[in-house]
Ligand binder design. Structure first.
Ligand SMILES: *Cc1c(COP(=O)(O)O)cnc(C)c1O
Length: 393
């Protein structure tokens, strides 16, 4: 892993340890205060009429939200950031800021399921045309552009099936045509890929995952460049989107240890992935940092690291075998979400979530989140699971 630095040259770990307001602004307390607020009192009528105070209403900003917003803005190299109540809301606010009735939106086929549902069930009700493209499209995305194409939505790698996308090629095709590019960058986080440095307009983070890092909050962030920021801020405001103060505080708290945690997730994830590659029960491991992965060259060119989330495809087998594998695992909780300190397993079926390119694998997909446990313990747990899988066949 290359050592990441901020534009000012400071190491990210050093910078994150001191990001946010100065303790001097709050009587020396290291952390910013958690402001729970709706009403803000104005000094006088003139201040009220001109909105000349820094803070005017809890929904707009508080010292707590400012601390996180400013931190994410700098981490992403953005013009500004909005906070949302969940990662999904970050996606929906970002999309609603990009497209209007009559516009066409292009979405990568491997996108997070709830994002797809929002596009198909909600955006479509507001007169937005949505179509999906194969993750391997690259510069041939121009063939998918229509006269009314307004935005392209990416997720690299896809958080179920881990296909990379050639982001620079897509940006290069979209930019001259005035088409906005937004990306759900939850997998890499801005530590391992900074989308706005590469011409992407909006960078989304389900802060619920690694920013928070402890499976105890819901929050989203959208960072935007100068061009996309005004509409993003206006959309958030008009929708009345709010991020809860305690979750904002906890997210900033989680981010202090983000470089440390991510480095461990990256290393342990690869250790477990490499072990799985060697197992005969496993047909394929989907992890772009593996040399054998079809997305490896792009990952290596564009990203500086990987998180702890990847998937494997078992050899074709029965449902009973899959249950025997999953149900007996000790350290892998069976549950949605990821990015916390603990390992997780899920068995999503991508077949129902594809429209551009059918999902062709015949073995079951098992998605793993490798947490902060000792990798040898996780491997032993998985080894027992694969034995159970085989015995049930
Ligand atoms: C989890 C996730 C989201 C949604 O985040 P929530 O906070 O759970 O709403 C969005 N995108 C990706 C890639 C995710 O994994």
């Amino acid at each position: 892993m290359t050592s990441k630095t901020t534009p000012s040259g400071e190491a990210v770990a050093t910078w994150l340890a001191h990001a946010g307001p100065s303790p001097r602004d709050y009587h020396g307390f290291v952390n910013p205060p958690v402001v729970h607020a709706s009403t803000v009192i104005f000094d006088n009528l003139e201040a009220y009429q001109t909105r000349s105070q820094r803070y005017v209403y809890g929904l707009m900003a508080t010292p707590t939200t400012d601390a996180l917003t400013d931190t994410v803005t700098e981490l992403e190299g953005a013009a500004g950031t909005v906070l949302t109540g969940s990662g999904l809301e970050a996606v929906t606010v970002a999309l609603m800021s990009c497209v209007s009735a009559g516009d066409h939106l292009l979405v990568v086929d491997n996108v997070y399921g709830p994002t797809r549902r929002f596009c198909d069930k909600t955006l479509s009700r507001f007169g937005v045309e949505v179509s999906y493209f194969d993750s391997g499209v690259g510069s041939a995305i121009v063939d998918q552009f229509r006269p009314n194409t307004r935005a392209v939505f990416l997720e690299a790698p896809g958080s179920l099936t881990f296909e990379m996308q050639d982001i620079p090629a897509i940006v290069e095709a979209a930019r001259p045509r005035g088409i906005l590019v937004a990306i759900d960058n939850t997998w890499a986080t801005p530590l391992y890929y900074r989308p706005l440095d590469h011409g992407v307009d909006l960078s989304i983070q389900a802060a619920t995952k690694y920013f928070g890092g402890h499976s105890d909050l819901l929050l989203g962030t959208v960072a935007a460049n100068e061009a996309a920021l005004p509409m993003l801020q206006e959309t958030r405001q008009n929708l009345g989107v709010n991020a809860a103060p305690d979750d904002v505080f906890m997210t900033l708290r989680g981010m202090r240890t983000l470089p440390l945690r991510l480095a461990r997730h990256y290393e342990s994830g690869l250790t477990v992935a490499r072990w799985l590659v060697s197992r005969p029960e496993v047909k394929r491991v989907l992890h772009p940092a593996l040399e054998s992965d079809p997305g490896h060259a792009i990952w290596k060119r564009d990203f500086t690291g990987a998180c702890g989330l990847f998937a494997l495809i078992l050899q074709p087998g029965s449902q009973a075998q899959l249950s025997a594998f999953v149900d007996g695992l000790s350290y892998f909780g069976l549950g949605a979400s990821w990015g916390g300190f603990e390992s997780l397993v899920t068995c999503p079926d991508p077949r129902s979530m594809r429209t551009a390119t059918p999902w062709a694998e015949d073995g079951a997909l098992v998605r793993l989140h490798i947490g902060l446990e000792e990798p040898a313990d996780l491997i032993a747990d998985l080894e027992e699971g694969l034995k159970r899988w085989k015995a049930a066949g």
